[in-house]
Design a binder for this molecule. Structure first.
Ligand code: PBG
Length: 343
C-alpha cells in the first residue's frame, strides 16, 4: 500500500464521494478488463499487403517503410507460407514494375505473365488455402504513374475501364481470389463484374476500393512501387476529396449496385468516421486500409524510441475494429499475428 493508505483516517474512514457508478471498478484488474472488453482483434481481421520485385532470392528494403521489403516471387511464396501457418486469411500483391516495362498505357498490366500473375500462380500452387487479393489499377505499369489513361492532362474514364476489365481477366486467369479495383474510375465495378461473369469467373470476388481519398499518406507506397518520381501531377480528379463523407456513401452505394462483394475505405485512421458510417449505413463486409504513411509514422517513431511500436500497432488496429471494420489491410499483419499467437 502507498503512503495514503497508511493514513487510515483519510482513506477509509473519510466519507468520500457517494457514487452509484464508479466506472473504474470494471477496470481494476486485467481479468475484469478482459471480461468487459467490447472489441477484440484477432488474426482473422488481417490482410497482408506484399511488394513484389523481379529476380530470385531477392529482398530489398523500402527506405520509407522500416521493416518492409520488396520480395521476388520465390520469397513472396515463403512469406505466404509463413502467413498461412499463422492463419492470416489473405495477402495482397503490389508490384514494383521494372521501369523499362512501363509505358503510356500500362500495357504490362495485360501481360498474362507479369510479376503479379506469376506471384499469384506460385502462391496458389504452394499455399492454396490462403486468399489472394490483387489490385486492379494501372499506376504500377504507366510511365506517368496514374491509375488510368492520361490524355494530355486528363485521366480518361471509359477507355481506362475497358483496360481494367482486361487486367481483371488476366489476374483471374492467373488464379486470383479477389479483384480489388483501386483506381476510382466511374463504372469499373459493374464492367469488371460483367467481364468476369462472361468469362466464367463467377466466383471471383470484387472488393471495391469504394471510398479512396486523394491522400498524402500514400507517399511511402509510391516509393515502394517506384512511382513517386514519375507521377505527373496528383490524383485529385479521381480519388476523393478528404473533406467529403456524404460522397463516400454515394460511392459505396454505387459500387454495391454494380456488384461489389465488399467495400473498402482508405486511408485508415484519419477516416474512421467514414468506416463507421459505411458499416452502419450498408451492413456489408467493410474493410479498411492502414496505408503506407500510417505504417511509416508508427514504425519511424518506434525506431526512434518515441513510442512503443507494438502497442501503437495493436491499438491502431483495434481502432479499426471498434469503428466497424471487418478486416484491415496492414503492413504489420505478420508481426501482429505473431504477437497474437504469443498471447
Ligand atoms: C494505387 C494504390 C495506392 C495504394 C494502393 N493502391 C496508392 C495511390 O493511389 O497512389 C496505397 C497503399 C498505401 O499507401 O499503402 N492504385
Amino acid at each position: 500500500a502507498g503512503p495514503l493508505a497508511r493514513d487510515a483516517a483519510r482513506t477509509q474512514a473519510a466519507p468520500g464521494l457517494t457514487l452509484a457508478q464508479r466506472p473504474r471498478r470494471n477496470r481494476k484488474a486485467e481479468w475484469s478488463r478482459r471480461l468487459v472488453r467490447e472489441t477484440v482483434l484477432t488474426v482473422d481481421d488481417l490482410i497482408w499487403p506484399l511488394f513484389l520485385i523481379e529476380g530470385e532470392r531477392r529482398r530489398e528494403p523500402v527506405a520509407s517503410m522500416p521493416g518492409v521489403e520488396r520480395l521476388s516471387v520465390d520469397e513472396a511464396v515463403r512469406e505466404a507460407e509463413r502467413a498461412a501457418a499463422l492463419k492470416i486469411p489473405a495477402i495482397s500483391f503490389f508490384p514494383y514494375v521494372d521501369p523499362t516495362l512501363r509505358d503510356e498505357t500500362g500495357s504490362e498490366a495485360l501481360n498474362r505473365n507479369n510479376l503479379v500473375c506469376r506471384a499469384v500462380r506460385a502462391v496458389k500452387a504452394a499455399v492454396p488455402e490462403i486468399g489472394v487479393i490483387t489490385d486492379v489499377a494501372l499506376d504500377p505499369y504507366t510511365s506517368h504513374g496514374h491509375d488510368g489513361l492520361l490524355d494530355d492532362t486528363v485521366i480518361v474514364n471509359d477507355a481506362t475501364v475497358a483496360l481494367l476489365v482486361e487486367q481483371s481477366l488476366v489476374q483471374a486467369e492467373a488464379g486470383t481470389d479477389v479483384i480489388a479495383p483501386s483506381d476510382m474510375m466511374d463504372g469499373r465495378v459493374g464492367a469488371i463484374r460483367a467481364g468476369l461473369d462472361k468469362a466464367g469467373f463467377r466466383d471471383v470476388q470484387i472488393m471495391a476500393y469504394a471510398a479512396k481519398y486523394a491522400s498524402a499518406f500514400y507517399g511511402p507506397f509510391r516509393d515502394a512501387i517506384g512511382t513517386s518520381a514519375t507521377l505527373k501531377g496528383d490524383k485529385r480528379t479521381y480519388q476523393m476529396d478528404p473533406g467529403n463523407s456524404e460522397e463516400a456513401l454515394r460511392e459505396v452505394a454505387l459500387d454495391l449496385e454494380e456488384g461489389a462483394d465488399s467495400v473498402m475505405v482508405k486511408p485508415g485512421l484519419p477516416y474512421l468516421d467514414i468506416i463507421r458510417r459505411v458499416k452502419d449505413g450498408f451492413g456489408v463486409p467493410t474493410f479498411a486500409y492502414q496505408v503506407s504513411g500510417e505504417y511509416a509514422m508508427i514504425a519511424a517513431a518506434a525506431q526512434n524510441g518515441w513510442l512503443d511500436g507494438e502497442r501503437a500497432m495493436i491499438e491502431s488496429l483495434m481502432a479499426f475494429k471498434r469503428a466497424g471494420a471487418d478486416g484491415v489491410f496492414t503492413y504489420f499483419a505478420l508481426q501482429v499475428a505473431e504477437r497474437l499467437r504469443a498471447g
